[in-house]
Design a protein around this ligand. Structure first.
Ligand SMILES: NC(=O)c1ccc[n+]([C@@H]2O[C@H](COP(=O)([O-])OP(=O)(O)OC[C@H]3O[C@@H](n4cnc5c(N)ncnc54)[C@H](OP(=O)(O)O)[C@@H]3O)[C@@H](O)[C@H]2O)c1
Length: 249
């Protein structure tokens, strides 16, 4: 069986400076990839992630950008090619969450939520499709709410929902270049992204719904993304809902 690895590959990680994206950047670099760490506002976290990669003997650069601006998405991929000569893997972990009843959502909130979750998601896939080498991998981060029947998350789940369709279309359209395109949709994950929208009681409830009575950890999701980024192309056009993991806390 041929062994696929990240050795010598170039990976662009949208939101690659912290939390899930930060661990992905470090892990991909350990696997031998050259990493382009995109960040939005967290300059210090981006510097720390790049330094950690370099201290471990890897190669990384950071690129700032507001990915709701198409020009910034294009600049990110241009910077990756300038730094490392091409791109093989593109993972978009950017997103924004809001838990609010439909009746209270403003036009500005709607535009902001769809700007980063849907529009940036689309143009990240488009630019990856333009720039990736053959046999490349594109992975977007969705949410398990895509499969939920619940209140409060209309603009978050709604904003992420188009990713599934963008993913399927791109999987077909880029298939002749053996580029696989997938969405990974984790459940509630123990990062600072999750807590501001939830009460302690609801956080406890979410944990109670999972094996081991715990929220998902970023260490549980990274192996799924790593698998999609390295192993063949038999998963394409799919949304994967990881509902387990290997960490117990
Ligand atoms: N944590 C959870 O419970 C959970 C569950 C399921 C899925 N997810 C998804 O997993 C992904 C990673 O989440 P995480 O928990 O690791 O939190 P996170 O680090 O806060 O990830 C969100 C990233 O999106 C970036 N971002 C926001 N607006 C942006 C913009 N306009 N332009 C460019 N980047 C922008 C953020 O940067 P700034 O902070 O600098 O704006 C941050 O780097 C997200 O897509 C999220 O929807 C999270």
């Amino acid at each position: 069986m041929p062994q696929s690895t990240l050795q010598g590959k170039v990976a662009v990680i949208g939101g690659g400076e912290k939390n899930l994206g930060g661990l992905l950047s470090r892990t991909f670099a350990q696997d031998g990839a050259k990493v382009v760490v995109h960040y939005h506002t967290s300059d210090d976290e981006a510097k720390r992630t790049v330094k950690d990669v370099q201290d471990a003997g890897g190669q990384a650069v950071s690129v700032q950008g507001d990915l709701t601006r198409v020009a910034d998405v294009r600049r990110l991929f241009d910077a990756a090619k300038d730094a490392f000569g091409g791109v093989d893997v593109a993972v978009n972990t950017t997103g924004m969450v809001l838990r609010k009843p439909i009746l209270e959502i403003s036009e500005e909130e709607y535009d902001r939520m769809f700007g980063i979750n849907a529009k940036a998601g689309f143009f990240f896939i488009q630019e990856a499709g333009r720039n990736l080498n053959d046999h490349g991998k594109i992975i977007s981060l969705g949410t398990s709410l895509l499969a939920a029947f619940t209140d409060g998350y209309s603009t978050y789940a709604g904003g992420k929902a188009p990713l599934e369709h963008f993913t399927r279309a791109a999987a077909k359209e880029f298939a002749d270049r053996y580029i696989s395109v997938n969405t990974v949709a984790p459940g509630p994950m123990d990062t600072p992204f999750f807590y501001p929208q939830e009460s302690p009681e609801r956080a406890e409830f979410h944990a109670s719904q999972a094996m081991g009575n715990q929220l998902t950890h970023i260490e549980d999701i990274v192996p799924v993304i790593r698998f999609l980024a390295t192993e063949g192309w038999w998963f394409t056009g799919q949304t994967m809902f990881p509902n387990g993991g290997y960490t117990t806390r």
